[in-house]
Design a binder for this molecule. Structure first.
Ligand SMILES: C[S@@+](CC[C@H](N)C(=O)[O-])C[C@H]1O[C@@H](n2cnc3c(N)ncnc32)[C@H](O)[C@@H]1O
Length: 232
């Protein structure tokens, strides 16, 4: 029988991507007129959100450090990371809610579809939609975007990205966003609310902003059905 673990055992942040439908539900995007916004997907990786959003006429930019790599190298790393995560799934299945994905196979199919759509678009678009950047620093101008989305990057990896990194990345995303930033999920890999949430509420760096925790229509990691919204 497989050993049961209390979190995914990952050496580094993995290259797995989510779909447009997952982003819409995870960030409550149904309530917005997205065609009126300039969106940034921060640490977008191999998500197909940018491609699928652009196909609907939405103004979207995706930023990630992996975009300096070739499509072939990204694809090879994705395939490896997908295998690593899927191999561990039986040992951590209890940490996830199996509704949006009914089982490991449907999860794997969705992640494969996302990265394949991404790779095709990345090969076609190159740097026009996909911008290489290493947070917490970006080359974007003040208020270049209206809303920045941060999915499965901050809070989730609080065991390897320290609070100072979170503070600097959020400060940078606020500089380049005229309205707000949305971060999902607010739990870490153990499925516990990240202690950095409380720190952000108490941090003077964000005292001029409105911070709220809002329920969303997507839950995969147990307890992971809330996002953090920081409004300028
Ligand atoms: C788990 S993936 C999430 C991808 C996408 N946001 C999603 O939810 O499908 C995390 C991403 O963070 C990116 N990343 C990690 N550290 C980064 C940094 N300092 N600057 C830019 N991207 C970074 C990784 O390359 C990876 O693509």
């Amino acid at each position: 029988m497989s050993e049961i673990k209390d979190k995914l055992d990952l050496k580094e942040i993995v290259l797995l991507g989510r779909t447009y439908d997952e982003y819409v539900k995870a960030f409550n995007l149904d309530g917005l007129t997205l065609k009126d916004e300039r969106l940034l997907d921060a640490a977008s990786g191999v998500s197909s959100f940018a491609f699928e959003a652009a196909m609907q006429g939405i103004d979207i930019t995706a930023a990630d450090r992996i975009y300096s790599l070739s499509a072939r190298d990204i694809e090879a790393k994705c395939a490896k990371d997908l295998d690593i995560v899927m191999a561990q799934m039986p040992t951590v299945a209890h940490l996830y809610k199996w509704e949006y994905f009914r089982d490991v196979e449907s999860l794997k199919a969705a992640r494969s579809r996302a990265y394949r759509l991404f790779i095709e678009d990345f090969q076609r678009q190159g740097g026009s939609r996909y911008v290489t950047c290493e947070f917490p620093i970006t080359g974007f101008s003040d208020n270049q975007f209206t809303i920045t989305l941060i999915s499965h990057f901050l809070f989730l990896y609080d065991d390897r990205l320290d609070y100072e990194f979170h503070r600097q990345t959020l400060t940078e995303c606020l500089r380049i966003s005229s309205k707000e930033i949305r971060i999902f999920p607010i739990v870490n890999l153990k499925g516990e609310q990240s202690p950095y949430i409380e720190k952000i509420f108490a941090d003077e760096a964000f005292s001029d902003c409105t911070i709220s925790i809002q329920p969303v229509g997507y839950e995969f990691i147990n307890n992971g059905s809330r996002m953090c919204v920081i409004s300028v």
